[in-house]
Design a protein around this ligand. Structure first.
Ligand code: NAP
Length: 307
């Protein structure tokens, strides 16, 4: 029986582990299907306080993990496939193996949303990407496509103009969720061409094992055509990793955990930290802060229960 199990090893989970371990709670941290969370697929992080010369994302998250381990946090590889949060002790299944705990911190984050086209997954890492920062440099002087109409798509398109000769921004309608400033910046960039009311219907070419082009369809004109691209960046939002907790933890319609104040969920003894609850700020530093809050709440909860 654990005092606390922390689910997720991104900035939120690792920071919760530092605080919980330092409080003597000997936490067990489940690494999850994206070890290190989103920082692990980032290059330079320039806005995490304390690093005036920037730090590499994977180094930052690994440092926090080492810090937690120094105080006694234990890490296990695996993914949470089931959770029983309706009675105590809480029970968490990691790849089929059950673990029991008095308190749980859910820091499972949010994963990139994909279009769901048959060839998309087959070409990930071969031109299809959800991270311009990670993969933009592979498309120097190439033709790049970015999908989406939110701030992420604008940010990625602007960033990719550093590398690509031509960026096509494809959005399924002509209404943008992006903030005016981000949209205006992208519109003012001569390298970015907007294709609105347009959807991608196929990605080529699995037989060549790399992206060579796409098929597009303009719903306003009913035109379908092929376009050559080498880089295909999907920036259509994220999906919170809450599937094992649905029906037990209160979530909003998109599956994000609904906070009951501080780091509290609707279940006493189960806390949230990071992007699994936060759809607004989604920063490494806010996730770290949320991890700290969750650990402090877990510690106080356990103390009040006499542990
Ligand atoms: P978002 O605001 O939810 O936008 C997602 C976009 O993807 C929407 O334009 C949506 O189109 C489109 N989309 C969703 N599913 C699609 C599908 N299956 N096929 C085609 N298009 C699809 O997500 P986000 O851009 O990742 O931003 C998330 C949050 O982070 C926002 O609060 C944003 O402000 C913030 N953020 C801020 C910054 C910054 O300030 N630097 C940078 C990035 C993100 P519809 O509109 O038609 O639904």
């Amino acid at each position: 029986m654990r005092n606390v199990i922390i689910l997720g090893s991104g900035c939120a989970g690792n920071t919760a582990a530092v605080y919980a371990a330092r409080a003597g709670l000997n936490p067990l941290v489940v690494i999850g299907h994206e070890p290190g969370g989103q920082l692990s697929v980032t290059t330079e992080v320039e806005n995490f306080p304390g690093f005036p010369e920037a730090i590499l994302g994977p180094d930052l998250v690994e440092n926090i993990k080492k810090q937690a381990e120094r105080f006694g946090a234990e890490y296990i590889w695996g993914t949470v496939d089931q959770a029983k949060l309706g009675e105590r002790p809480f029970r968490i299944s990691v790849d089929g193996e059950w673990h029991e705990a008095r308190a749980v911190i859910i820091a499972t984050g949010a994963s990139a949303r994909w279009l769901g086209l048959p060839n998309e997954q087959k070409l990930i890492g071969r031109g299809v990407s959800s991270c311009a920062t990670c993969d933009g440099a592979f498309h120097r002087d190439g033709k790049i496509m970015v999908i989406g109409g939110g701030d992420s798509a604008m940010e990625e398109a602007n960033f990719l103009t550093r590398f690509g000769a031509e960026i096509s921004l494809v959005h399924r309608s002509d209404q943008f969720r992006a903030s005016k400033i981000m949209l205006d910046r992208a519109r003012a960039n001569p390298k970015i061409k907007f294709l609105t009311n347009t959807v991608v219907t196929d990605i080529y070419d699995v037989s060549k094992n790399r992206v060579t082009g796409v098929q597009l369809h303009d719903s306003s004109t009913n035109r379908t055509w092929d376009q050559e691209v080498s880089g295909f960046f999907v920036a259509i939002g994220h999906i919170p990793n809450t599937r094992p907790f649905l029906g037990q933890i209160d979530t909003d319609t998109d599956g994000y955990i609904v906070s009951k104040g501080g780091a509290r969920t609707n279940i006493k003894g189960v806390f949230h930290a990071g992007d699994v609850q936060d759809r607004v700020y989604r920063q490494a530093i806010t996730a770290a802060g949320a991890g700290c809050m969750a650990a402090i709440e877990a510690e106080r909860f356990l103390e009040a229960e006499g542990h």
